[in-house]
Every structure is written in structure tokens, then in C-alpha cells.
Design a protein around this ligand. Structure first.
Ligand SMILES: NC(=O)c1ccc[n+]([C@@H]2O[C@H](COP(=O)([O-])OP(=O)(O)OC[C@H]3O[C@@H](n4cnc5c(N)ncnc54)[C@H](OP(=O)(O)O)[C@@H]3O)[C@@H](O)[C@H]2O)c1
Length: 323
């Protein structure tokens, strides 16, 4: 699937209006692309500059864009008017300056209230595997609190909980490949025996869109059919890009230190302490059966040859490229 390709599908005037937060981002872009391919109208909310945004508009103007307006709830309600289904991917990967997890939870609550006020029929919300309002990890706790707000809202909802999402445009696997291409040794935090169940971003988009027309309130994990230890994942990516992976295991504090040093080089936050803790606690796995068919190993064999050719910067995407 080419997430940048343009579609010839005509817009179905009878299809309800979709709003995809993050349509110019990663997961939201796949959801928006698929909806457009189905001939459905798509609107987005974004933090990017709307006219001529530096991230580029991959949809040639076919997605109507509004600012998030979290600080202007009445304007946010207006941008949600006439929306039938809200696909919500909004979240932050780490706290940086005023963009904290607490702020992201508050913004999400504002969005949920605005959707209720605007009469949105259905919310399809992208969460994460194993969220918990009691989690000591702010990312997973914040996700748990947002899910709680959705359950307590009057909206019809489908909550979808992906594990690690792979596909063109991803950050983590791409940057593992980038490191493997450039360094002879790869440092893994802790034992490297913790598990991940990667899910294809296109499968996730299909699953989200399939949940759009429904009415029942549902919560489902979204994981692919393969489970890897982190060491196995690194070896698979190494084989894909034709490198030997000389893995060394280091204490999490050392992995964090190394990632900070690397962060100075690439001007990014490469890895956070809580990402290490979340991975180590096997939180990117599901207790249930896989819902999504695409195998990471197959996807890498077909699409992985240029994986990691360029570094994917989180700060670049969500901070520096905003104007
Ligand atoms: N990526 C994964 O492997 C993974 C795994 C499990 C769960 N998830 C969940 O899947 C959803 C989508 O993730 P993604 O990786 O596809 O995200 P993304 O496209 O990079 O961002 C999703 C949305 O959040 C906004 N956003 C992200 N960081 C922000 C920041 N620092 N400040 C302000 N707005 C910010 C984006 O704004 P713009 O519209 O302005 O770009 C976009 O609307 C999230 O809810 C995430 O928690 C992701």
C-alpha cells in the first residue's frame, strides 16, 4: 500500500462525514486514505499549520483541515458539526515542555465533550494494548484515563488497542533499522526477552473503519499474528537490511544514557524510560487471539529494503516542522 498515492475515487455524497484526527500523521493517514479510497468525505483536526503545512498535504486538498482548538472548545464543536464518525488518533509519545501527558488527557476529554455537543454519532478511538488508569507509566495511565472518559461519555464508541504499529511512516522499527545500518553493535535494554506483537498500520486502519458503522460499544486489541522477543525483532530487522546484529544487553539506565547521547546527534528523543519500562513489562502484547492478518516478517520481506535509510524524528514531526 502506498500511503502517499492519490485516489481517483469520487466522493460519495450520501456517505456520512468522517473526521480523522491526525490525517496528515501516521496511523490517521492510513485511515483517511482508506476512507477516501472508499469514496467517503474526510475532515481532519491537526496541530500542523494548515495552509502549506511543512509536513505536506498528502491528499491534494481533499481533506478539509481545522486546527485542534483544544483551548477554544466552541470552535472545536463547530469543526465537529455534521461529523458522523470521529476516528481519533490524537496522543503524544512523551512529555515535552507544555505538551505533557496530563495536557493530552485534558485535550482528549475536551475533544470527547466537543464530539458529544456536536452530535457526533460514533467515536472510533485508537488506544494501546494494556492501558490502565492505575498504571505507574504516564503513557499507559493517560490512555486508561482517556478510555474511561470515553466509556463515561454518551457517545457510541469502538476502542481499538494496537500494540507496536508497523508500516511505511513508522518511527520505532525504522529507527532500529537506521541504527543497525550505521553501528556495528546494537544495545538492547535489559534481557531483550520481553515480547511484542506488531500490527500492520493498514490492517489497523481496516479494523478501525470496519468499526465505524456499528452502534455497539466495543473494546478490542489489534495485534498481528506474530509475536517476537525484542531480540528477535532486532535480528529480523537486521536481516531485512542486510546487517549482522551484534546485540549487547545493557541495564535500562545505560540504554537510556546511550539513547540520550544519540538524541544529541539526531536532535530527537530516541527512546524514553517509560517506553523501556512498557516494553519490559510486555505491555505491547495481547492476551487474546490476533485480529489482524499481516505478518511483520512478510511485510518486511516485501517493503523493508529501504527501512531505516533515513532517520524518522519524532521531534521533527511534532515540534520543529510545526509553523
Ligand atoms: N505508533 C505506534 O507504534 C503506536 C502503538 C500503539 C498505539 N499507538 C497509538 O496510535 C495512535 C496514533 O499513533 P501514531 O504513532 O500514528 O501518531 P501520529 O500520527 O504521530 O500522531 C497522532 C495525532 O496526535 C497528534 N500529536 C502527536 N504528537 C503530538 C504532539 N507532540 N503535540 C501535539 N499533537 C501531537 C498528531 O498531530 P498532527 O495532526 O498535528 O500531526 C496527530 O493528530 C496514538 O493514539 C498512539 O497512542 C501508536
Amino acid at each position: 500500500m502506498n500511503y502517499n498515492s492519490d485516489s481517483d475515487a469520487a466522493v460519495d455524497a450520501n456517505a456520512g462525514l468522517n473526521l480523522v484526527t491526525g490525517a496528515f500523521g501516521y496511523t490517521g493517514r492510513y485511515i483517511a486514505r482508506r476512507l477516501l479510497d472508499m469514496g467517503q468525505p474526510v475532515r481532519t483536526l491537526t496541530g500542523r499549520a494548515i495552509a502549506g503545512n511543512a509536513g505536506g498535504d498528502p491528499f491534494g486538498g481533499r481533506v478539509e483541515a481545522f486546527p485542534f482548538n483544544f483551548d477554544r472548545p466552541e470552535a472545536l464543536v463547530e469543526s465537529l458539526r455534521e461529523v458522523d464518525t470521529l476516528y481519533n488518533t490524537y496522543w503524544v509519545r512523551f512529555s515535552s515542555g507544555p505538551v505533557t501527558f496530563d495536557r493530552a488527557v485534558e485535550n482528549s476529554r475536551t475533544l470527547i465533550r466537543a464530539a458529544e455537543s456536536a452530535g457526533v454519532r460514533r467515536l472510533v478511538h485508537i488506544s494501546i494494548t494494556n492501558p490502565s488508569a492505575e498504571s505507574p507509566l504516564p503513557y499507559f495511565r493517560g490512555k486508561g484515563l482517556v478510555e474511561q472518559a470515553i466509556r463515561e461519555s454518551g457517545l457510541s464508541y469502538a476502542i481499538i488497542r494496537p500494540a507496536l504499529i508497523f508500516g511505511r511512516g513508522d518511527v520505532l522499527l525504522n529507527n532500529i533499522a537506521w541504527l543497525l545500518r550505521r553501528f556495528p553493535v546494537f544495545a538492547v535494554a535489559g534481557s531483550g526477552q520481553y515480547l511484542v506483537q506488531p500490527v500492520d498500520v493498514a490492517d489497523l486502519a481496516e479494523m478501525a473503519i470496519a468499526a465505524g458503522p456499528g452502534q455497539d460499544n466495543t473494546i478490542a486489541d489489534a495485534v498481528g499474528p506474530e509475536t517476537y522477543t525484542f531480540d528477535e525483532l532486532v535480528r529480523l530487522v537486521a536481516a531485512t537490511v542486510g546487517r549482522q546484529a551484534r546485540i549487547i544487553h545493557v541495564a535500562p539506565s545505560m540504554a537510556l544514557l546511550l539513547s540520550r547521547l544519540l538524541g544529541l546527534l539526531v536532535r530527537d528523543v530516541v527512546l524514553t524510560r517509560e517506553e523501556i519500562d512498557g516494553l519490559s513489562a510486555n505491555l505491547l502484547t495481547s492476551a487474546g487471539p490476533p485480529q489482524c492478518p499481516t505478518r511483520l516478517s512478510h511485510w518486511l520481506a516485501e517493503n523493508g529494503s529501504d527501512l531505516g535509510a533515513a532517520y524518522a524524528s519524532e521531534l521533527g514531526r511534532h515540534y520543529r516542522e510545526r509553523n
